[in-house]
Design a protein around this ligand. Structure first.
Ligand code: ADP
Ligand code: ZN
Ligand code: ZN
Length: 714
């Protein structure tokens, strides 16, 4: 409904109605409701119950939590609503007609097509048809370009009903493999739980390419047979199209794709279809957890160990944790799948809260786990190209891979050309004026320096701000440099790059599609190349520097590094040809590296669990990180000290307060950052402290955030 709040008109959601008016309420100040927008409840009881519980758990305002679940209605201005037709009457979102550019069959661009027009043509001709609006997202002057192309007879402009969700993805018609025995056992356990209609949580503990997706598919299919619904969460938007296509091929069209990249009307469409029950399955990144799926029977979380399920702003929730909660309260089955289960899942299995389903081998009988070699960079020199980042063994492996016409993935956790620009005169590196970090040199699309934390960008500078020297050298290696150098070393190779600079949603899918079609020989990239992709022709994976992940000041650094290495190694040899993985490192003896090389998840888990227990870290305790920041450093520090003292005064002996201290990233976007940690095992005692902190009004212009079960310590 619409209400007047001060002078503003805002949305309200009715959570409850009381016929009695409290004594302390001044009747003269009450205002009438302006409009009732929905006559049916917008949030069904199951979802509302879950949202209330989530708000309670994270100490988050229920209003903000509700907005997570009502994405279609999030625009708060009344005009917007009228335009969308939400106010007062039913919503029309189905069948929106948009202009498409349609490629003429076998058209080849003549020489006169150049510049922007050529770029647009290249994008367009990689597909059969595209909405002009989608082209405009990638090329500013797409509309004019399309008109030109149409005049030349290369394409036509047509009005068509907008296709929703997946664009341009080849997925061969569904082939239903015969399940392997472990898959069949896992599916049976799940369908059995679904038939019993009780809530139960499972850990699908399956090595990379063991066919976990096939298990989700079978479980979802079973739900549909029961006339009930399912949610499938995946970590990255870039992964959604491939997975969605697989679900679609198997389960039919009644699947909603939910992610934050959807435009307002598309989201509203999805939301309505789910709400009404005509779509029964929602697939998407973390926000899909709030999809209004009717008769929810199943929630799958793919790659459950992945950090991107945690939202790091606004309501700081973890979709993996909350999937368990929603499933539990809805009486649904939860399946958390991973080749490298999080320690929380491991602990839950040991406590009997979760049932482990194991897929010990790759599904395709011919695909075995790749052979992994660790290369000690302290001992092994550079290959013939002289590139520091490419050791001789990796160089040779690339040569072999290219000669055999197979594909390689090279992983480096740094985008840009070089991580810093250092003055040879005084040793000073160019720092972001707003943050306490070095600026990264980028070269693609012009030389510039970019802060990877706040995106502040300047043209590359020629002289040192401190000593005036003009000798500035770029230090270190980023993905752009790797791409450039590789092209010099292997001029024949077709090399692609995948990182956040390339990857606005659709584009990353295009890079992956080229890889899948065999139009690329080598793919260089950041974490984005490590996740979930099923690229059967990739036989070589190179990790250029395993150490960068280990150096972070975070008790989870080893766990993350291990996950990363196992996952990236898992991209190799998924097809019929065996795979090979080379990990370059200066710490070959580090357990995260050595055990990843042996695919020994159990040994690593065991070791890490022991360590966590000794140090009293999760999953053997609960944590909350209290983050305080202000433009004025002294003010931030004072407030941090005050709140930490308050926390100590509220804490029982079972709770420990660690800090305050400056954050590892001490300054970000002009704000100085401090933090302290509240740790304990006793839920109630912990909650008492956190509630006390939440209720304490900050003094001065300071921001305070309570991050419950934090994942990032930066
Ligand atoms: P995961 O999600 O465990 O990494 P996927 O579900 O992507 O693995 O499966 C890996 C590959 O194995 C895919 O190409 C898939 O089509 C194939 N696959 C899955 N199950 C089977 C099976 N039972 N028999 C043969 N191939 C299978
Ligand atoms: Zn200098
Ligand atoms: Zn910055």
């Amino acid at each position: 409904m619409l209400v007047e709040f001060g002078r503003r008109k805002l949305f309200g959601v009715v959570l409850g109605v009381s016929l009695e008016l409290g004594e302390d309420i001044d009747r003269s100040k009450l205002k009438p409701v302006l409009a009732v927008i929905d006559t049916e409840p917008v949030v069904r009881p199951e979802l509302l119950d879950f949202l209330l519980e989530l708000a309670r758990y994270y100490l988050a305002p229920i209003g903000e939590v509700l907005r997570l679940a009502l994405p279609a209605l999030e625009r708060s201005s009344v005009e917007d609503l009228q335009e969308q037709g939400v106010l007062g009457h039913a919503v029309e979102a189905v069948g929106r007609m948009v202009q498409y550019a349609v490629v003429q069959h076998a058209a080849i661009a003549p020489d006169e097509v150049s510049g922007q027009t050529l770029e647009v043509w290249q994008t367009l001709s990689s597909q059969t048809a595209m909405p002009i609006s989608a082209l405009e997202k990638q090329h500013k002057s797409a509309r004019q370009a399309v008109k030109k192309l149409a005049l030349l007879g290369l394409c036509t402009i047509e009005r068509r009903e907008q296709e929703r969700g997946v664009t341009a993805l080849e997925w061969s018609p569904d082939q239903r493999p015969t399940l392997t025995d472990p898959q069949a056992r896992a599916v049976l356990a799940l369908t059995d739980a679904l038939d019993r209609r009780t809530s139960q949580a499972f850990l699908l503990d399956g090595v990379t390419a063991s066919g976990k997706t096939e298990v989700y598919l079978h479980a979802a299919e079973h739900c549909l047979k029961q006339g009930r619904g399912a949610i499938v969460l995946v970590p990255e938007i870039a992964l959604t199209p491939q997975l969605t296509a697989r679900f679609r091929a198997r389960l039919g069209d009644a699947i909603a794709i939910v992610h934050s990249g959807l435009a307002g009307k598309e989201r509203l469409h999805m939301w309505k279809q789910l709400q009404s029950g005509s779509f029964k399955v929602a697939v998407g990144a973390r926000s899909a957890l709030f999809a209004p799926v009717a008769e929810l029977a199943l929630i799958c979380v793919d790659e459950e160990h992945d950090g991107s399920f945690k939202q790091e702003e606004g309501v700081r929730y973890n979709a993996r944790d909350m999937a368990l909660l929603r499933a539990h309260r809805a009486g649904a089955v939860a399946v958390l799948g991973s080749a490298t289960p999080s320690l929380s899942s491991e602990a839950a299995v040991r406590q009997g809260k979760m049932t482990r389903l194991k897929l010990p081998a790759r599904a395709n009988q011919k695909a075995v786990l790749p052979k992994v070699t660790v290369i000690d960079l302290k001992r092994v020199g550079a290959g013939p190209s002289g590139d520091r980042f490419l050791s001789l063994p990796l160089y040779r492996a690339l040569e072999r891979c290219l000669a055999a016409k197979e594909q390689a993935i090279l992983f480096l956790n740094r985008r840009g050309f070089a991580p810093s620009l250092v003055c040879e005169g005084c040793g000073q590196f160019v720092q972001c004026p707003h943050c306490s970090v070095a600026m990264t040199l980028h070269r693609a699309r012009g030389e510039r320096l970019v802060c990877h934390y706040c995106d502040y960008t300047i043209a590359r500078i020629g002289t040192c701000g401190r000593c005036g020297s003009d000798k500035l050298s770029d230090e270190g290696v980023g993905t752009e440099r790797v791409e450039e150098q590789l092209q010099k070393s292997f001029p024949e190779a077709r090399i692609g790059r995948l990182d956040r600079d390339v990857a606005a949603g659709v584009k990353s899918e295009r890079v992956l599609a080229r890889m899948r079609r065999g139009e690329l020989d080598i793919l260089v990239g950041t974490q984005m190349v490590t996740k979930g992709h099923d690229l059967p022709s990739v036989t070589l994976v190179g990790v250029l520097n395993a150490d960068s992940a280990l150096s972070l000041p975070d008790f989870r650094a080893a766990e993350r590094c291990f996950h990363l290495l196992v996952q990236v190694a898992g991209r190799a040899g998924r097809g019929d040809k065996p795979g090979e993985v080379l990990i370059q490192t200066r710490q070959p003896e580090h357990p995260a590296v050595a055990l990843a090389a042996q695919h020994d998840v159990a040994a690593f888990t065991e070791r890490e669990m022991r360590e966590r227990q000794e140090l009293g870290y999760p999953p053997f305790s609960r944590l909350a990180l209290i983050k305080i920041d202000a433009v004025d450093a002294a003010l931030a520090e004072r407030e941090a000290t005050r709140l930490a003292a308050l926390a100590r005064s509220l804490a029982s002996p079972a709770i420990s307060i660690l800090g305050p201290a400056p954050a590892p990233l001490a300054r970000l976007r002009n704000r100085y950052r401090f933090r302290f940690m509240v740790r304990g095992n006793d839920r109630a005692a912990l909650r008492k402290v956190l509630l006390g902190l939440a209720r304490s009004k900050p003094r001065g212009d300071v921001r305070v955030a309570i991050d419950i079960d934090p994942l990032s310590m930066l």
